[in-house]
Design a protein around this ligand. Structure first.
Ligand SMILES: *Cc1c(COP(=O)(O)O)cnc(C)c1O
Length: 389
């Protein structure tokens, strides 16, 4: 056996023995709610298509027309020939939505963070990250080679202590957080973070992958609570509530110009396919035409948390923390037997001992199905506060 194969097989054995092996299962998303797996139709409570717009007729038509006219792929990096005018139209719309001067669209949210962070900070700089930020912020931090220190989740006192003790030793400092935490569903205290950042001349980056389209009237976590928070780096994805694919940064004109000139994941990666931009533009039209749409996923999540006696949901994401990876897998399987699809989330996505069911609610989930889901979960003894968080 090649040492390479031996290495892979050994790793796989070790993962399997800890219930941490992951496998891909063919999943056909029919309409943003139903998923066909192994010939069975399941109701999904784990897609991030919060507004069910990936399958909206106007969105599909926009993508189809773009493919017909402009082809399936972008053909080159945006700095060569891949900068289709649709991308610039999309950037103007995103900047307006987020109340920013300018925007830059990337191939994905992951690529956005992996490109933005190393463009702004380097070896001699400091990054302070919430301990629960998404993997791609950690990747960006690693690529930047900046000194990276985690602060306790949403703990402003801890962040303030770190700023006081460490900020002075570095020329530049970036504070990075998720606006809506992907595995916990809670919001970052964005206003307070913005004030702390300003006080210490640190730059605040919020990752709004789960905020745009669903909180702050659809404008994201900077707008939650009415008054806009002063966040100079608003990053997000087109791939969740916006139903398409791609990532973005909204920021000032000079920052965006610098990103477009220097971010490696933009410069050295092929532009987003025009159809992805066309689909995202169609989604923005739909969100803007129906002011109530963006509020619906959180309303659905709150119906669920009420039925389960949980604290009211702040976002469309509700975690039910189970504990061991094996128990989380078992709980997901039991739900599948009832016709519900909820993927178990295990380490290293979440901390050891906090494996969970991560439920997501969308605008289109029928109340009756949410009630049935809650009844099934209660029967399984899951989700009551004393057994949950
Ligand atoms: C999904 C996600 C990303 C990555 O976005 P993609 O467009 O899927 O690459 C980034 N940050 C957070 C918080 C996410 O949940």
């Amino acid at each position: 056996m090649l040492s390479l194969d031996e290495f892979a097989a050994g790793k796989l054995r070790s993962l399997a023995s800890r219930d941490l092996l992951r496998t891909l299962r063919p999943s056909e998303r029919e309409d943003g709610l139903a998923i066909v797996r192994d010939g069975r139709r399941l109701l999904s409570f784990c897609c991030n298509d919060y507004l069910n717009l990936s399958h909206h007729p106007a969105v599909k038509a926009a993508a189809q027309q773009a493919v017909e006219r402009y082809g399936a792929g972008a053909g080159a990096s945006r700095l060569v020939t891949g900068n289709h005018p649709l991308l610039e139209r999309l950037e103007a719309r995103l900047a307006a939505l987020k109340g920013a001067e300018a925007a830059c669209v990337f191939g994905s949210g992951y690529l956005a963070n992996a490109g933005i962070i190393p463009t702004l900070v380097g070896e001699t700089d400091l990054i302070l990250v919430d301990e629960l930020v998404h993997a791609c912020i950690w990747s960006g931090a690693k690529l930047s080679a900046a000194v990276t220190v985690a602060f306790r989740h949403n703990d402003l006192d801890h962040l303030s202590d770190l700023l006081r003790s460490r900020r002075g030793k570095h020329a530049r400092c970036l504070i990075a957080t998720d606006g809506v935490f992907s595995m916990d569903g809670d919001l970052a205290p964005v206003h307070a973070l913005a004030a702390l950042a300003a006080e210490h001349d640190a730059w605040l980056l919020t990752d709004d992958a789960h905020g745009v389209g669903v909180v702050g009237g659809g404008r994201g976590s900077s707008f939650a609570g009415g008054r806009k928070a002063d966040v100079p780096l608003q990053m997000g994805t087109l791939s969740k509530a916006l139903g398409s694919y791609g990532g973005y940064l909204c920021a000032s004109r000079p920052v965006i110009d610098l990103i477009k000139s220097r971010a490696r994941t933009l410069v050295y990666s092929t532009g987003l396919p025009p159809a992805s931009a066309a689909a995202a533009l169609a989604v923005l039209d739909l969100i803007e035409a129906d002011p109530d749409l963006a509020a619906r996923p959180v309303r659905k999540a709150r119906l669920f948390t009420r039925l389960m006696d949980l604290p009211p949901a702040e976002s469309p994401i509700v975690p039910l923390i189970i504990g061991s990876a094996a128990a989380a897998l078992e709980a997901a399987q039991a739900l599948e037997a009832e016709g519900f699809l909820v993927t178990a989330i295990r380490p290293p996505t979440v901390a050891e001992g906090t494996s969970r069911l991560r439920l997501t609610f969308t605008a289109g989930h029928p109340d009756a199905e949410i009630e049935r889901l809650a009844a099934v979960l209660r029967r399984q003894g899951l989700g009551r506060p004393e057994e949950g968080r």
